[in-house]
Design a protein around this ligand. Structure first.
Ligand code: SF4
Length: 473
């Protein structure tokens, strides 16, 4: 029997990469996507251009499985964009993999998207009524239809016209046969960095992709900026009306790699600070601080530093578990967690253990981990979470369970503690989170902790959220 473990973490969204002006554009894009693998593991794709002709290759699965030497050799050219996908809108199948490449009156164009468009449903309905035929169920295709139908005369004007109609979260890498174009929504929900390598320009979701290929970080693509990179150099346009900033705070809490700089801050530094503040806010006597790997490692480091309680790896993660695995016929207790994590008895036995994790979503995994740690001989188990209770779903490009499935939305703190069977449970406060992430004032989206959405959420969802709240009451 094959089984996918239930979703007990928010799922990463997507990773985008683009490069202009390098003879090895496809190979470097492949490496860039490799570094961005954590942002999406369902499919990967690369589109290249040699200035005349565009080519594309996409496949389901991880980057390393999606491409081989032959498929990369079949992607010649000095310009490329790439994408790793975790579906946040549209099903998981090859047809929905990105980049999406089309040919229209403005010429060929390919698009790679990180984010989610909140008015995609409405736009799609309108376009379908007007005769558009959609190939995919992804929100991203809407942009291409708007672009193809634009009566503007230049690629840039048509693009500005189409992007001006969409609302929500977007960090785009777009490719025409002679241009790389990057665009970021005016709220700046998702990150997008600009770098340089040997005269070639690069745009990518996170700076860890620049590190891998030896490129230098220049700056972020600014919220609301449209960057056009061509043989003529780099041009920056600001075609959208300004809007309040709403960087996704969860990038710092969980999504981004700790070795990346996101929204101008080191993710490692922010995450460690979350752990320090968590220790200030929820001190408890214990013998050892153990992270729940990998996501709890930075937080546990900060927690141990401030509390003075030594940190040790009380749980070891098996990094080689795929999304699906064969479940044994014989019942094994806590199997779905055990396959990923194993306790280190010598660290845990006879000790009062503080477990530090980045978040609790449904609570089912935390419960299994607490039980496993107790079974390994812990005297006490104290759970500390380096973010506030997650109470509301995301509509801006992150795959989340419904509100009714978020344990903190449906249970009190004591009920969650009882459910996960910990001796004590504490979350970081929202003030603590903001103090660590944005000490000079909030420019962040915190909707998953507050339920206050900075951009109107899709039609139908408001009613649904109210119903979910009623069910919770
Ligand atoms: S709702 Fe949460 S996950 Fe979504 S953009 Fe806002 S902070 Fe990020």
């Amino acid at each position: 029997m094959k089984q996918d473990p239930p979703q007990d973490k928010f799922k990463d969204e997507c990773g985008v990469f683009g490069i202009f002006g390098h003879p090895e554009a496809a190979n470097l894009t492949y490496l860039g996507l490799y570094a961005l693998q954590h942002r999406g593991q369902e499919s990967a794709g690369i589109t290249t251009s040699d200035g005349e002709r565009m080519r594309i290759s996409r496949a389901m699965g991880h980057v390393a499985d999606a491409f081989d030497e032959a498929s990369l050799e079949a992607l010649p050219g000095h310009i490329a964009i790439g994408h790793t996908r975790y579906s946040t809108a549209g099903e998981s199948r090859l047809l929905n993999a990105q980049p999406i490449l089309i040919d229209c009156a403005h010429g060929q164009i390919a698009i790679a998207h990180n984010g989610n468009l909140v008015n995609a449903g409405e736009l799609r309905d309108r376009l379908v009524r007007d005769g558009s035929i959609f190939q995919t169920s992804s929100d991203t295709e809407v942009v291409l239809h708007l672009y193809a139908r634009s009566r503007e005369h230049t690629v840039e004007d048509a693009l500005v016209e189409s992007l001006s109609q969409i609302s929500g979260a977007f960090s785009f890498a777009l490719l025409t046969k002679d241009r790389l174009i990057a665009a970021r929504d005016p709220h700046g929900f998702r990150p997008l960095a600009l770098g340089k390598l040997d005269g070639a320009y690069i745009v990518c979701s996170e700076t860890c992709a620049l590190d891998l290929i030896g490129a230098t970080y220049i700056r972020d693509v600014e919220p609301g900026e449209l960057l056009i990179i061509s043989d003529g150099g780099l041009r920056s346009l600001r075609p959208f009306p300004p809007a309040p900033l709403a960087h996704c705070i969860f990038e710092h809490v969980y999504f981004a790699r700790p070795d990346s700089y996101v929204f101008g801050r080191s993710v490692n530094d922010v995450r460690t600070e979350l752990g320090r503040i968590l220790a200030e806010e929820s001190r408890v006597d214990a013998d050892v601080v153990s992270p729940i790997p990998d996501s709890g490692v930075c937080g546990a480091t900060g927690f141990a530093e401030t509390s003075g309680i030594p940190m040790a790896m009380g749980l070891i993660r098996n990094h080689y578990v795929g999304r699906t695995f064969i479940q044994p016929q014989q019942a094994i207790r806590h199997f779905s967690v055990k396959i990923k994590l194993n306790p280190v008895r010598s660290v845990i036995e006879g000790r009062r253990v503080i477990l530090v994790d980045d978040s609790i979503v449904r609570g089912t995994t935390s419960r299994k981990i607490v039980k496993m740690v107790r079974a390994a001989g812990a005297k006490e188990v104290h759970m500390r979470i380096a973010c506030p209770p997650t109470i509301s779903p995301c509509f801006y490009g992150v795959n989340t369970p419904t509100r009714a499935e978020l344990i903190a939305a449906t249970h009190t703190l004591d009920e969650v503690r009882d459910f996960i069977e910990a001796d004590t449970l504490a979350y970081l406060s929202l003030e603590g989170l903001l103090r660590a992430v944005a000490p000079s004032g909030s420019s962040y989206c915190t909707s998953c902790y507050t339920g206050n959405y900075p951009v109107a959420i899709p039609r139908g969802e408001q009613a649904y959220l109210q119903l979910a709240l009623k069910a919770v009451e």
